[in-house]
Design a protein. Structure first.
Length: 99
């Protein structure tokens, strides 16, 4: 992935860790416009209409041209909330609040 510019994700899985990993590797993700992906990729420009091959193609072409490069830094900051360390801290806060 380190030599890739774009990551195309066509799965409707509930949480796409591969999407998060692609962003961390410096790729622009192009994902389906589903609920799960709205959390990991909060930019409408990067989500294509489900079952719309033309929309997906246009988004990929735009990403390859560099039209979405402006989002990469923001996306990389955004995915930090999905880190293992952040998960552990959040989990610990919940457990501590039970005492």
């Amino acid at each position: 992935m380190n030599n890739s510019k774009v990551y195309f994700h066509c799965s409707n899985e509930t949480f796409g860790i591969s999407v998060v990993e692609s962003i961390a590797a410096g790729c622009i993700p192009i994902v389906p416009n589903t609920t799960a992906h709205k959390e990991t990729v909060p930019k409408d420009d990067l989500r294509y209409k489900e079952n719309d091959e033309n929309d997906a193609k246009m988004k990929i072409e735009a990403a390859l041209r560099g039209d979405f490069d402006k989002y990469l830094h923001e996306l990389q900051e955004h995915i930090k909330k999905f880190s293992e360390e952040n998960f552990h801290q959040s989990f610990l806060k919940i457990v501590e609040s039970l005492n």
